[in-house]
Design a protein around this ligand. Structure first.
Ligand code: SAH
Length: 369
């Protein structure tokens, strides 16, 4: 995975912080079909006076055949197709595509209202992972993150999330095996739509819940919501610092969510779901990558059913943090291992394509402006 998204000037815990807002298509009341379950599609076709089996056909055409409009569905009568021609399936338009030599492909997708989001397809020998966005921009303003520097525009609707996965699947001509919510945006600020999208990706597109990872910087009370749903997806927490002071320096919203409270919610999550939590830790040279930081981190996570995923910083032009040397990364890994903490290092993918996630969109928007 390449470095990914996050944040701008808004404070997530404020009551006026952006939460659920639907896309303009939905605001006009023309709900796209993508993201609806078999039962919902069946109900819809019946409301249109069609027999129930048309629902199954519609489901198959949307999720397997990649139909982009109802007019494409040749098994439906011409007359009915013209009657429902206005109902959108909810697919995006490809705005820009950029492939890196390692096979990673970055897509800029244009939504119906003209907004652009970034999606990444990451192939490995056995997997095809999609890094999906959950918002247009991001309000969290994490200091090291390209998306956060660009500000927040709106939440993505369910169909706009599911579309990203179908787009990558079609482009690669291969089934997607894994999904990570590590593109633009803070998924827990759009939790309603994200949860419906996870349901659809699971039961309509056929991706196992355990192969879906939701990455969050942590929004008070929201991890509990995931736990209450008994979600089997993997929860990844963007921790990035072993203490409150350093975390606040990197992540403005941490001021309103003490590390101790965040970790407490994570502990409850493990208890309730039986799933271990991943802690993401971006390694910033000479800032949070010293042996004493590893020590402090190991103490915080002692006895926690978790896994630490180290992310060497992917440089962005707006700030001048350092990417640590491989030697320093290895030293950090060893310090954690010596303290019996499960740890891995995320390999940067597609850096050649356009550096960290969020930067491709920023550079393209500048070019076209
Ligand atoms: N808002 C969610 C999803 C963000 S993207 C979250 O905060 O978890 C996924 C990961 O990429 C996060 O851990 C994020 O902090 C990290 N990231 C963002 N910018 C980065 C950069 N320049 N280099 C390395 N990792 C970065």
């Amino acid at each position: 995975m390449t470095a990914t998204s996050s944040h701008n000037q808004t404070d997530a815990s404020r009551s006026d912080a952006p939460t659920q807002s639907d896309s303009p298509t939905q605001a006009r009341g023309v709900k796209p079909l993508l993201g609806l379950s078999l039962a919902e599609l069946t109900e819809w076709v019946q409301q249109q006076g069609q027999p129930a089996y048309r629902g199954k056909q519609l489901h198959q055409w949307i999720y397997q055949q990649g139909a982009r409009s109802l007019a494409d569905i040749s098994v439906f009568s011409k007359q009915w197709r013209s009657q429902v021609a206005e109902v959108p399936i909810g697919r995006s338009q490809l705005h820009y595509r950029s492939a890196a030599p390692d096979g990673t492909v970055k897509f800029l997708l244009r939504m119906q209202d003209g907004q652009i989001i970034e999606t990444v397809g990451i192939p490995t020998e056995k997997r095809l992972t999609v890094c999906v966005s959950s918002q247009v921009g991001c309000p969290m303003a994490c200091d090291f993150c390209a998306t956060g520097k660009g500000g927040f525009i709106r939440n993505l609707a369910t169909h706009e999330i599911v579309d990203q996965v179908l787009t990558v699947q079609e482009d690669f001509g291969q089934r997607v095996s894994n999904i990570v919510f590590m593109g633009m945006g803070e998924p827990l600020l759009n939790v309603e739509n994200v949860l419906v999208a996870v349901r659809s990706l699971n039961t309509d597109v056929g991706i196992g819940q355990r192969s879906i990872t939701i990455s969050t910087v942590g929004i008070p009370g929201h991890i509990r919501r995931l736990a209450d749903q008994h979600l089997q997806a993997t929860l990844a927490i963007s921790l990035h610092a072993p203490n409150q002071a350093l975390r606040e320096q990197l992540i403005p919203s941490a001021r309103h969510y003490p590390l101790s409270a965040l970790l407490e919610e994570c502990r409850d999550y493990v208890k309730q779901t039986g799933r271990r939590v991943t802690f993401e830790y971006i390694l910033l040279g000479n800032l949070n990558d010293r042996p004493e930081h590893a020590d402090e981190l190991a103490q915080e996570l002692h006895g926690f059913q978790s896994h630490v995923n180290l992310i060497p910083y992917n440089p962005i032009k707006e700030v001048d943090y350092e990417r640590p040397t491989p030697r320093r990364i290895q030293a950090f890994v060893k310090a954690l291992q010596d303290r019996h903490i499960a740890v891995s290092v995320r390999r940067s993918r597609g850096l050649e394509a356009d550096a960290a996630c969020g930067q491709l969109r920023a550079s393209q928007i500048k070019i076209s402006a």
